[in-house]
Design a protein around this ligand. Structure first.
Ligand SMILES: Cc1cc2nc3c(=O)[nH]c(=O)nc-3n(C[C@H](O)[C@H](O)[C@H](O)COP(=O)(O)O)c2cc1C
Length: 178
């Protein structure tokens, strides 16, 4: 966790029900074009506050940037990604999800935007595997001389970790279970 608690965080975690799925869609630049009712319930924003805005409206300050870099690199390349993500609600609460993000295509096969579905993650996976990893990645990002050096350091760490496990990022995420 960060050394200084972000004033925009309440410290209160909220949870998706096991049968709930959050769905959102964006254009090719990440501006929101759709959110389902569960998204607005968890995020605490109205549809009006979100449509046309960047999806980072729910970005949690303690999420490592490298996860979003990997996500964007992957979906822009036309592939899908699975990732655990911590989100921040409007009132400062947070909620963890296991997210799937993938491109939306037209009938010609061209990427017209992106969409994402998320469900409740296994709490044990979050506590035992994801929080320690993401905290370390965040620390690497924050302690470097510049944001670019930080991202390079966390990217290198994650790449080496995956290489040592002989797994892709998606294989790693899905191998954790939940
Ligand atoms: C379809 C789609 C869904 C996304 N969902 C989330 C999300 O739930 N939470 C989040 O923090 N970022 C999400 N992002 C990534 C954001 O666009 C953004 O990259 C991220 O919040 C990091 O913000 P920053 O680059 O301003 O730091 C999503 C992107 C796409 C294309």
């Amino acid at each position: 966790m960060s050394d200084r608690r972000d004033a925009r965080l309440s410290g209160n975690e909220i949870y998706l029900e096991p049968d709930e799925i959050i769905v959102t869609k964006t254009d090719t630049t990440g501006k929101m074009t759709y959110g389902n009712r569960t998204f607005y319930k968890l995020a605490g924003y109205t549809e009006q506050e979100c449509i046309g805005k960047q999806h980072n409206i729910v970005r949690h300050p303690e999420m490592p940037r490298v996860v979003f870099k990997l996500a964007w690199d992957t979906i822009k390349d036309g592939r899908e990604i699975f990732a655990y993500v911590n989100n921040r609600s409007k009132n400062g609460d947070n909620y963890w999800v296991l997210a799937h993000m993938t491109p939306s295509r037209n009938t010609a096969g061209e990427i017209t935007g992106f969409h994402s579905n998320r469900r409740a993650p296994d709490k044990k996976v979050i506590e035992e595997s994801i929080v320690p990893l993401y905290d370390h990645l965040l620390k690497l990002e924050k302690s470097a001389a510049s944001p670019k050096d930080g991202l390079d350091a966390s990217y290198a760490y994650l790449t080496e970790l995956l290489a040592s496990k002989k797994q892709t990022f998606n294989e790693f995420t899905l191998s954790l279970g939940g």
